[in-house]
Design a protein around this ligand. Structure first.
Ligand code: HEC
Length: 110
């Protein structure tokens, strides 16, 4: 009896782990899709900036200049906008903005 409940417990733990991994990659995919749809036209698919975006003053996301800024600073720029960068507050959820910041960090590591 004891070993049975232990096994059930292990199975539940395993199932939770699988679900957590599944939802984490779904989040990453969402951020990638949002980035491609809303940001890449100015910031480039690789984050280094499109010709239009660079002309407007966007910076290379993979540069130190951008990467040394705190997550909060980058989130605020995405939410409130800056210069020619449009504000996404109200258009994107806080969690989506957070995922985009993580996505931008990921671009620098490639
Ligand atoms: C219309 C073009 C445009 C679009 C679309 C756009 N941006 Fe920007 N973005 C800019 C410009 C221009 C700047 C530079 C603002 C400045 O420093 O004056 C900027 C700045 C930023 C910065 C700060 C780092 C930097 O380059 O100075 C972040 C982070 C950022 N954008 C993220 C995003 C995200 C995420 C999206 C999509 C949700 C997005 N941007 C969509 C033009 C754009």
């Amino acid at each position: 009896m004891k070993s049975l409940s232990l096994r059930t417990g292990l199975l539940i733990l395993l199932a939770c782990g699988v679900m957590a991994v599944g939802s984490a990659s779904a989040v990453a995919q969402d951020a990638a899709a949002t980035y491609k749809g809303k940001c890449a036209m100015c910031h480039g698919a690789d984050g280094k900036g499109s010709p239009t975006g660079l002309k407007m003053g966007a910076h290379d996301f993979t540069s130190d200049e951008v990467q040394k800024q705190a997550d909060l600073q980058l989130s605020v720029i995405i939410a409130k906008g800056k210069g020619k960068m449009p504000a996404y507050e109200g258009k994107l959820k806080d969690t989506e903005i957070k995922d985009l910041v993580a996505y931008i960090r990921g671009l620098a590591k490639k």
